[in-house]
Design a protein around this ligand. Structure first.
Ligand code: GAP
Length: 522
């Protein structure tokens, strides 16, 4: 097993052991690709949503919120193209009977070639030390150039096959690359077929097609159909945006990699309505703004990258992913799409209602163009956790080396902000004082009181759930009303007065600092 696999396994078991994420219906052996968020998971997820929501709705006068229903009139999905084109190409291995996404099999093959390039670069870095210039190496080393060309040719052929719905060529590509089933090892494949990803259910007691309802596969359509309601009721002028957080459902062919690809998940989407012709300016603006949002919480720049789509969706004239370096490699975390006027025009045609904006400056009506930012909340959760979970060697109470597991989550996102600990459990004077402090702090932020186990073990437990500050009440507290405050990351302990705790913690956990860092001028 590779180091990366180990890290991922450790992350999944940490999420369970410390109450972040549980398999759905676990006592019945679980339901695949559905997960439940535990006590710390729900806090972290809420904080991620709050960081996104505030950065959109509070920080932009011209972005407003919406919470549309999951069920929509079924014609919505005909208009959006989902009924006809929201498909993934599937292929089965006849020996193992396992089902795969044909495009993902090819993408995994491309990832392997990329792995070879990265190995060459790591080797060369070691050999040349500080003098190493990666850009120059990539553009001159023959092995890297050959592999890059191979990757580009395969990616282009896959993109063309997908765009033209040429599934026979996707199958031919799998055969030519000699891709084998990871389970049976055989190359005995079926034809590639399209599989629609929408879940459906029935409305009331109406049976058959007439009562067929879909569970929304994206939140965006709730925004499009409400475009004029929101614009008129809030008197917004173009450019303006509508933001929404909500559940989406996709019957993914293969849903693996924990919460990376789920069948029920949550999206945070924002549709930005602009004048036709101005969409590229806003597309660049949102690319820049969204990258800053990711970096502000401490994600290093080399863990994030842009990846232009090789295969544009039916509605887009430009599209880019922000990819994150997950434990299983760089994968899509967020999408930024220039969706043209596709959706509004389609809804206009199918509903028979005008979805046009009257522009008072241009004195004309038009269907606006849309730039969308769309991020999966669960995927963001996985990115935050995989970046934060670390093992460190630190000195223990006696000064010996010991290993600690710590979640270095930005304090603004941490599930618990501060925990109050009496130094020892069985001294009532200490526990009473500690509870008194806890009962003051609980009004201001998510705070815990903990008296179980030895103090060292309690610190380690707080490190493992990412609590940025531990407040310890000892015998000096009773004399001079001071406590120690321990910083999760530096392990420094400082003595401060009880009256200072609230302000110190509040300042460190405040999202304000993040918004200052992410402010982008249009
Ligand atoms: N409205 C555009 C749209 O839905 P998308 O690229 O299909 O675009 C946007 O999805 C984001 O939603 C992705 O970048 C990803 O973060 C998240 N997402 C998509 N499918 C998902 C799944 N099955 N499980 C978890 N997150 C998913």
């Amino acid at each position: 097993m590779s180091k990366q696999d180990d890290k991922f396994k450790q992350l999944v078991s940490h999420c369970k052991e410390y109450g972040f994420i549980f398999q759905s219906s676990e006592i019945y052996d679980g339901l695949s690709a559905a997960y439940d968020y535990g006590p710390y998971g729900v806090e972290l997820k809420n904080n991620i949503k709050s960081y996104w929501w505030k950065s959109m709705v509070l920080m932009h006068q011209n972005i407003v919120g919406l919470d549309a229903a999951i069920f929509m009139e079924p014609r919505t999905w005909k208009a959006s193209g989902h009924v006809d084109a929201f498909n993934d190409p599937m292929i089965d291995n006849k020996d193992s009977k396992k089902r795969y996404r044909a495009d993902v099999l090819v993408e995994n093959y491309i990832d392997k070639i990329e792995g070879k390039i990265n190995k060459e670069i790591t080797k060369a870095k070691k050999r040349f030390g500080d003098a190493f210039n990666e850009e120059e190496f990539r553009s001159t080393n023959q092995r890297v150039l050959n592999n890059q060309e191979k990757m580009d040719t395969i990616a282009k052929r896959l993109a063309n096959g997908m765009r033209d719905n040429n599934l026979a060529d996707v199958k031919a590509l799998i055969e030519e690359l000699e891709i084998a089933c990871p389970v049976s090892g055989s190359r005995n494949w079926t034809e590639v077929r399209q599989f629609n990803l929408m879940f459906s259910t029935q409305l009331g007691n109406i049976s058959g097609e007439a009562g067929k309802l879909y569970l929304r596969p994206e939140t965006a359509q709730g925004i499009f159909v409400n475009f004029l309601n929101v614009q008129k009721s809030t008197r917004q002028k173009i450019p303006f945006g509508i933001a929404q957080i909500g559940k989406a459902f996709r019957n993914e062919i293969v849903a693996r990699q924990f919460i990376f690809r789920m069948r029920e998940f949550e999206q945070m989407e924002m549709q930005f309505f602009v004048q036709p012709g101005e969409e590229m300016k806003w597309y660049k603006y949102w690319k820049d703004a969204r990258m800053k949002w990711h970096q502000a919480i401490g994600t290093p720049a080399d863990k994030l990258r842009f990846h232009d789509h090789d295969n544009l969706a039916h509605y887009a004239n430009a599209a880019v992913d922000i990819q994150f370096d997950f434990p299983f490699g760089f994968k899509e975390l967020e999408g930024i799409h220039s969706r043209t006027d596709f959706d509004l025009t389609q809804h206009q045609e199918l509903s028979g209602r005008k979805l046009q904006y009257f522009d008072p400056e241009r004195e004309e009506s038009y269907v606006p163009y849309v730039v969308e930012t769309s991020i999966g909340c669960d995927r963001m959760f996985l990115a935050v956790m995989s970046q934060a979970l670390q093992e460190e060697v630190v000195p223990d109470a006696k000064g010996n080396d010991s290993t600690r597991t710590v979640l270095k989550i930005h304090p603004a996102l941490a599930p618990v902000k501060c925990t109050v600990l009496p130094l020892v459990k069985n001294k009532e004077v200490l526990t009473t004082k500690a509870k008194e402090i806890f009962n003051q702090l609980k009004f201001s932020f998510n705070c815990q009181y903990d008296e179980k186990d030895a103090i060292g073990r309690r610190y380690r437990r707080q490190d493992a759930i990412g609590t940025p500050y531990c407040i310890t009440v000892d015998f000096d507290t009773l004399e001079d009303n001071t406590v120690t405050i321990r910083d999760r990351d530096t392990l420094k302990q400082e003595r401060i007065s009880i009256s200072e705790i609230e302000n110190i913690v509040k300042e460190k956990i405040d999202m304000k600092q993040l918004f200052h860092e992410t402010e982008t001028v249009a």
